[in-house]
Design a protein around this ligand. Structure first.
Ligand SMILES: C[S@@+](CC[C@H](N)C(=O)[O-])C[C@H]1O[C@@H](n2cnc3c(N)ncnc32)[C@H](O)[C@@H]1O
Length: 260
């Protein structure tokens, strides 16, 4: 195991170690997502034709995926003509991403780094996206201003993660779930989450807090999509939410914002 990097914030160093350990489990789902002809989002695999998270015209657009993991979202962007870059905190996840790039003959820059403090110049990108990357593993009060800094005016930020309601009703994510019908923790003040038996740190904030943070960071909020599991949908994440639950309440949410 690599030693913790003393230069990284404590939660980033812990999440690096944790994701390096988990990377092998994500190689196979990553390979399937790379091979998919249409993007499918989140734990229910909702097709892009329904959710429409991507801009219509990506030709020649410089995009950044914040917490790219195995890099399949950036591969989808590359196939639509974009010039993607992926940044991720885990050397092992990036090793999988590099292998998949070679297999598919789609090459784009993969940068090892913290999405809360990236090495990119101001206004470098036209579009930023995170599906369960920075969206839940980075402190929003650090990564949202950073996303604003590296986006050009008019550039969109789209991120997808667990819905606020799920975070209040899930006993302990990935350990004791799934989400039930009782509120188990406070909504006010929600921010940093650590689960028993897990050495990782997640961040989830309420809707009002997201709205204010995005606006204060220079974004106009375009949409908040609360994802409803499609009828008959299945997921390998039934320890987080059952399909029945996710037909009644949002288990995932997508924020869309535009840099002013
Ligand atoms: C669940 S994966 C996201 C990739 C892919 N969309 C997926 O759903 O599998 C989460 C990724 O976030 C990365 N991550 C966690 N903290 C990060 C940070 N501070 N900066 C950049 N990436 C980070 C992890 O290393 C991991 O590869």
């Amino acid at each position: 195991m690599r030693p913790m990097d003393p230069e990284l914030p404590e939660h980033v160093a812990r999440n690096r170690a944790s994701w390096d350990r988990m990377a092998a489990e994500y190689a196979e789902p990553g390979a399937r997502a790379w091979a998919a002809d249409e993007p499918r989002w989140g734990i229910w695999g909702v097709p892009e034709s329904e959710l429409r998270l991507l801009p219509d015209d990506l030709e020649g657009r410089q995009t950044i995926e914040l917490g790219c993991g195995t890099g399949y979202v950036s591969a989808w962007l590359a196939r639509r003509g974009a010039l993607p870059t992926g940044i991720d905190n885990s050397p092992e996840q990036l090793a999988t991403a590099r292998r998949l790039q070679e297999q598919h003959g789609i090459e784009f820059p993969l940068v090892l780094g913290n999405a809360e403090a990236t090495p990119f110049a101001d206004a470098s990108f036209d579009f930023a996206i995170s599906e369960y990357g920075a969206a839940i593993w980075c402190d929003p009060y650090a990564w949202i201003p950073e996303a604003a800094r590296i986006l050009r005016p008019g550039g969109d930020l789209v991120f997808l993660g667990n819905a606020a309601l799920l975070m209040l009703t899930v006993p302990a994510l990935e350990v004791d779930g799934p989400a039930g019908e009782l509120l188990l923790r406070d909504y006010f003040g929600m921010h940093r989450f650590e689960w028993p038996d897990e050495d990782s740190v997640e961040f989830h904030i309420g809707h009002g807090a997201w709205l204010r943070l995005l606006r204060d960071s220079g974004f106009e909020v375009i949409d908040l999509i609360e994802i409803r599991a499609p009828e008959g949908a299945t997921t390998r994440w039934t320890n987080i939410a059952t399909p029945e639950w996710a037909r009644r309440w949002p288990s995932e949410e997508v924020w869309k914002a535009r840099k002013r």
